[in-house]
Design a binder for this molecule. Structure first.
Ligand SMILES: Nc1nc2c(ncn2[C@@H]2O[C@H](COP(=O)(O)OP(=O)(O)OP(=O)(O)O)[C@@H](O)[C@H]2O)c(=O)[nH]1
Ligand SMILES: [Zn+2]
Length: 192
């Protein structure tokens, strides 16, 4: 964003604070428009990310034909309807074709799709489709459990309900593979 545009947003946000009944010139609020703009830029930085750069050649030829699962990947995203956070955990599984991906790249991809204005279903599909495209695995499964603050601190105000979405590609659409994946991601955490 260029300086002129940034300044315009700062003025608009200051006006919004004023219209909400605040005094933007008071101590605690003087820097708030800047803090807000920097924070919203970070929270939507996923648009700018380049997936090939993130994968950074971390695709390795390894002979392994069974399921790889990275579970409990925490994320924070923003609901596109209310611009209020939704947050939770992503569970990713895949069965490699010719190659495996560097494990850390999976949470990095999750953040690419989380740091945008999102709906949970789209985010789930985007993570699965991205892994399917770059890894060309036998199959991939993504499950997301998330709390939506727009359903908690406003709106229906339900504190305990959370939303689960899933996206299955390739062999993860087979009943047995899907069941194995779901069983593993829901099994209790083991100490080791
Ligand atoms: N499917 C889906 N819906 C979402 C997600 N995040 C928020 N929503 C819903 O988007 C809907 C927007 O509905 P509207 O009726 O236009 O908005 P609203 O009047 O603020 O709705 P309430 O939240 O019911 O007060 C709400 O039902 C939200 O719960 C999401 O990730 N996926
Ligand atoms: Zn919402």
């Amino acid at each position: 964003m260029d300086d002129k545009t940034y300044d315009q947003h700062r003025q608009n946000f200051t006006k919004l604070l004023e219209d909400l009944g605040e005094k933007p010139s008071r101590d605690g609020l003087v820097k708030t428009p800047d803090r807000y703009l920097q924070s919203i830029q970070f929270l939507t930085s996923g648009y700018e990310e380049d997936i090939p750069t993130i994968l950074n050649d971390a695709l390795f030829d390894v002979e392994y034909q069974d399921m790889v699962i990275v579970r409990n990947i925490e994320f924070y995203s923003l609901c596109e309807h209310h611009v209020i956070p939704f947050y939770g955990q992503v569970h990713v599984g895949y069965i490699p074709g010719k190659r495996v991906v560097g494990l850390s790249k999976i949470p990095r991809l999750v953040d690419v799709f989380a740091r945008r204005l999102q709906v949970q279903e789209r985010m789930t599909n985007q993570i699965a489709a991205c892994l399917q495209e770059y890894l060309e695995p036998e199959g991939v499964g993504v499950v997301i459990d998330a709390y939506h603050l727009c359903m908690m601190m406003r709106g229906v105000e339900k504190q305990k309900s959370y939303t689960t979405t899933s996206s299955m590609h390739g062999c993860f659409r087979n009943v047995d593979t899907r069941q194995e994946f779901l069983k593993l991601i829901h099994s209790p955490r083991r100490d080791f």
